[in-house]
Write a protein that binds this ligand. Structure first.
Ligand SMILES: C[S@@+](CC[C@H](N)C(=O)[O-])C[C@H]1O[C@@H](n2cnc3c(N)ncnc32)[C@H](O)[C@@H]1O
Length: 299
C-alpha cells in the first residue's frame, strides 16, 4: 500500500468558517485520496470524477468536524482510525444502484441451461450441492432474485438440490439493508407481478421479503480487491459479479477476475453486467451464448 507524504494541515481556524460547501480538493490531495482508495479497494476515480469524490468526501468531512481534505487524509491514515474509517469511506464512495430481476436473461439461462448442466456433471455425495455467489451484491436484490427463481423454477424439477447463496459487498450499510430484506418501491420496480405478489409483503412504505427467500441467502462484508479475503471464497458453481468491474481500472479488473476464476469450480459460470465484458481482461473462460445474454464458463 502506498504511504502518503505527510499532508500539510491548514492553519487552524482559517478554514473553520468556510467548512461545508466551500472546501477545495486540490489536485495533489485528489491524487493522494484516489491513490489511497485505489490501493484499498481497486476503485479508480478518473479525472472527470473528481467532483464526485469531492462531494462524497465532503459529507464525511463535515460529519467528522474536520477542516479540509488534507485533514481527512491524515484522519484516515492515522493508526487508530485506519480500518474503522475505511468502512465509512467505502460507504461514501460506492455506487449501490441495483434492483430485483435486473438481468432476467441471466436468470433464464440458469433455469434453462446452467443449473441442469452443472447438476448433470456433478458426481458423488455433493452432486446436489450448489453454491452461488452474488459478488458485489449491494442491498441484496440480485441474490434474492436468484433465490425466488430457484424456489419457483428449479427446485420443483430438482427437489434434491441443496442451494447455498452468498451475497457480499464492501459497503457495510448495504450489507445491513440486504440482511433486513425490507425494500422501497424503487427496488421492486422491475419485479414481475407474479413474484411481487408471491414473495413480498407490503408494509407502509416498504416491501418485506418472504422469510422463505430471506433465509436462503447469507450476506457478509467482503472486499473483492483484498487477496486474503478472496482466498476464503471457493467452490462456487455460479458467480454473479455484475456492474462493479466498471469502477475498476484494467489492472484491478484483471486481479479481481482472476480471483473469481479461482473461486469457481470446473464447469462453473461467471455472469457480469450487461455493459461489461471480459474481452482484454481474461482469456481463461469460454464464452457461452444464451438468449439475450452471455456467460463465462470455467472449463
Ligand atoms: C452498482 S452496484 C451493483 C449491484 C448488483 N451486482 C447489480 O448488478 O445490481 C456495485 C456494488 O459494488 C460494490 N463494490 C464496489 N467496489 C467493491 C469492492 N472492491 N469489493 C466489493 N464490493 C465492491 C459497491 O459497494 C456496490 O454495492
Amino acid at each position: 500500500m502506498n504511504q502518503f507524504p505527510n499532508a500539510t494541515l491548514p492553519q487552524l481556524g482559517t478554514l473553520q468558517s468556510s467548512r461545508s460547501d466551500e472546501l477545495n480538493l486540490s489536485e495533489p490531495t485528489f491524487n493522494m485520496l484516489r491513490q489511497f482508495i485505489y490501493d484499498s479497494c481497486g476503485i479508480y476515480f478518473q479525472d472527470n470524477k473528481k467532483y464526485l469524490l469531492e462531494s462524497r468526501i465532503l459529507k464525511r468531512i463535515n460529519f467528522l468536524g474536520l477542516n479540509s481534505y488534507e485533514e481527512y487524509i491524515d484522519y484516515i491514515k492515522s493508526h487508530t482510525n485506519n480500518g474503522v474509517e475505511k468502512k465509512y469511506l467505502y460507504e461514501a464512495i460506492t455506487i449501490n444502484e441495483t434492483f430485483f430481476f435486473r438481468n432476467q436473461p441471466q436468470l433464464d439461462a440458469l433455469v434453462s441451461t446452467v443449473i441442469p448442466e452443472i447438476i448433470s456433471q456433478k458426481t458423488g455425495p455433493d452432486k446436489y450441492k450448489l453454491k452461488i455467489w452474488s459478488a458485489a451484491s449491494s442491498s441484496g436484490e440480485e441474490a434474492y432474485s436468484v433465490g425466488m427463481t430457484f424456489l419457483d423454477l428449479i427446485k420443483p424439477k430438482y427437489p434434491a438440490i441443496e442451494l447455498e447463496i452468498i451475497g457480499t459487498d464492501i459497503n457495510h450499510a448495504v450489507v445491513e439493508t440486504a440482511k433486513a430484506a425490507k425494500y422501497k418501491e424503487y427496488s421492486i420496480r422491475n419485479t414481475p407481478a407474479y413474484y411481487l405478489k408471491k414473495y413480498f409483503r407490503p408494509n407502509q412504505n416498504t416491501f418485506e421479503l418472504d422469510p422463505a427467500v430471506k433465509k436462503m441467502v447469507t450476506f457478509k462484508l467482503l472486499n473483492l480487491y483484498d487477496d486474503a479475503s478472496m482466498k476464503t471464497m471457493y467452490n462456487f458453481d455460479i458467480i454473479f459479479c455484475a456492474n462493479v468491474l466498471i469502477y475498476f481500472d484494467q489492472k484491478s479488473k484483471m486481479k479481481v477476475v482472476s480471483h473469481l476464476y479461482n473461486a469457481l469450480n470446473k464447469g462453473g459460470y461467471l455472469f457480469i453486467g450487461y455493459a461489461e465484458t471480459l474481452h482484454t481482461i481474461s482469456k481463461a473462460f469460454k464464452l457461452v451464448s444464451f438468449p439475450k445474454t452471455i456467460g463465462y464458463k470455467k472449463e
